[in-house]
Write a protein that binds this ligand. Sequence first.
Ligand code: ZN
Length: 231
Amino acid sequence: MQSIKLLASLQAIDLELDADRRRYAENKQAMQPSSELQQQAKRVKQAEAQVAKWRKERRLRDEKATEHATKIASLEKKLYGGKIRDAREQVAMQQNIEALKRHQETLEEAALEAMLELEEAERVMNEARETFEAMKRAWIERKSALEKEQEAIVQHARQLKARREQVAATLPTEDLQRYEAMRKKLGGLALAKLEGKSCSGCGASLPTSVVQKVHEGQIVKCPICGRLLYD
Ligand SMILES: [Zn+2]
């Protein structure tokens, strides 16, 4: 192992690549539609179902009221058309018509109620739709900004990889393999820079003899964390 400086620059590239990968993964996650947006889409669906329900209900109640009114009209036509001669029969029919008219009021009220419910359901639906559209626009904007960032990250990573290849090509294979194995074992950090008399990898204070060897360019491991030290 003679190429500690080269390995240090290789590691610097690898750490940048790690950061790129992390950022890329975070962005990918952030590009998913948020749970709030999905929640709002559900609210729109529910509101639309309410509108459909009251639209149908209003139509049915309107039809019922109209049918009933037609029935009253035809009875009145009969009554006032002079076809019923019998006085008792006339009174009975009069009473029947009055009863039907009272029921007509109930039917009209029910039809009106359905219309009001429909209006309220439509108001709720429009509001939910507007909120959903605004949220969706914001999400699309965010997503397209992130997409641009992803492209930049990919570009950056591509450059890093090219540089890494150049550095790696100058290193003996066994050094590279050792470096890779150590990086895997030591949480992505195979080498640690000497900071004064301390290892920057674990923070340990190092014996003067170790510090000396590092300054001389010898290959020394931190006695605490096992990383290769460089200055
Ligand atoms: Zn250490």
